[in-house]
Design a protein around this ligand. Structure first.
Ligand code: FES
Length: 153
């Protein structure tokens, strides 16, 4: 009688452990599938930068035509571009799709997001791929040896 009760108690313990193990495994699998999917479908809110003006550590002559450089604009990444026409432009560098940091592609003279092959023209307009809206453009001024970038009012 006592052996039978011990055996039943052991079976219950094993059953509870198996139920717990299978439950947590199924839960972990569910989360591992749904979390990345939800992050893809619902883009994160990109925090607004509190900075309104940044003086870059670069000198204007250090930025070659048809090139781009990432810089910090407050707490956000931004990209400075010297276009093939020798014009300096700056944009928020967080892609408007899922906030990957964009880069400048000199081979096609586009701002490009490597995450999902998003393309922006030299006015920051989304022209190809999944980005839903243009990049925020900043105002660039050159004063002597300084590049000063401002947010638009
Ligand atoms: S994050 Fe998807 S295209 Fe940039």
């Amino acid at each position: 009688m006592a052996d039978e009760q011990t055996s039943i108690a052991l079976d219950n313990g094993r059953r509870r452990f198996l139920n717990w193990f299978l439950g947590t495994t199924a839960g972990a699998f569910f989360v591992s599938v749904t979390y990345p999917l939800s992050r893809y479908l619902i883009p994160p809110e990109v925090e607004e930068s509190t900075a309104h003006t940044v003086t870059l550590a670069l000198k204007p002559q250090e930025v070659k035509p048809n090139s781009g450089q990432i810089f910090r604009f407050g707490s956000q990444a931004a990209i400075l571009i010297r276009t093939p026409n020798d014009e300096l432009k700056a944009f928020a560098a967080a892609c408007t799709h899922l906030a990957c940091i964009v880069q400048y592609r000199s081979d096609i003279s586009h701002i490009w997001c490597a995450c999902h092959n998003g393309h922006f023209d030299l006015n920051g307009k989304n022209i190809e791929g999944p980005p839903p809206k243009p990049l925020e453009e900043y105002i660039v001024n050159v004063r002597g040896d300084q590049i000063i970038v401002n947010k638009r009012p």
